[in-house]
Ligand binder design. Structure first.
Ligand code: DC
Length: 234
């Protein structure tokens, strides 16, 4: 992988952790509160997975998928406050499929490929623009934004993450099974944390927060305290 030390064009809050830890909601809330940009890096891996699937690439064809990643034709259409954002892949609205478990699995497969991670590095760093960026992912603090002044590692137990996901999918009318979801979450955790490149792990200077049993407001306030303390001292 290319340079891991990048000079940041704007302050970055790097928030890493497994899926279901509450990172997505936290990052959206934080970005809105601060008026900063938001990078959902997981969405980029999901889009690459979808593109690979759409173009019939074999998931071990690293070179072909890296080319897709480098040339990913994607548009994020911002909605009004509170309205979901529209995501277009090669001009096609994929917003509905982006967050499914099936797409998450595709993302997890392409995310193990070093050339794919390299191909997405510059695109992710380009999100760091004034006044600042909230970056949501797995390797924001360890690889993509190593000099970020604020790094948070957000976790929650696998059981709690499965239950949150279950409630989320149920409320959108999906027919889901809690035990299956828990199995999928464990499989994804294992793949994400055991891969050689950019495994899911906290940066040495990250603040750890376990969100098990905590509401979003509580997590948000803890993170905001951290942000205020660190950004003021810059
Ligand atoms: O956060 P998410 O569920 O949307 O992420 C989808 C997949 O992409 C997940 O399996 C881990 C991977 N990913 C990654 O490897 N690095 C990132 N910075 C973000 C996501």
């Amino acid at each position: 992988m290319s340079d891991s030390i990048a000079v940041l064009a704007a302050p970055v809050i790097a928030i890493d952790g497994p899926s279901g830890s509450g990172k997505g909601t936290l990052c959206q809330k934080l970005a809105r509160h601060l008026g900063w940009h938001l990078l959902d890096s997981g969405a980029l891996y999901r889009l690459v997975g979808m593109a690979a699937d759409k173009h019939g690439c074999a998931f071990d064809d690293e070179a072909a998928i890296a080319i897709l990643a480098a040339n990913l034709d994607v548009e994020f259409v911002a909605g009004e406050a509170g309205e979901p954002t529209l995501v277009l892949l090669e001009g096609e609205d994929v917003s509905g499929d982006l967050r499914t478990e099936a797409t998450g699995m595709l993302a997890s497969k392409v995310a193990v490929l070093p050339a794919v991670r390299s191909a997405l590095l510059g695109r992710q760093r380009d999100f760091a623009k004034a006044p600042g960026l909230v970056a949501d992912g797995r390797d924001m603090g360890t690889v993509v934004f190593t000099t970020a002044p604020v790094k948070i590692f957000l976790t929650a137990s696998a059981e709690e993450r499965a239950e949150r996901r279950y409630n989320q999918l149920k409320s959108s009318g999906d027919d889901v099974n809690l035990a299956t979801l828990l199995g999928e979450i464990r499989a994804r955790d294992k793949r994400d944390s055991e891969r050689e490149l950019a495994p899911l792990k906290p940066a040495d200077d990250a603040v750890h927060i376990d969100s098990s049993g905590l509401g979003i407001e509580e997590v948000f306030n803890r993170v905001l305290t951290e942000v205020n303390a660190r950004l003021v001292s810059l």
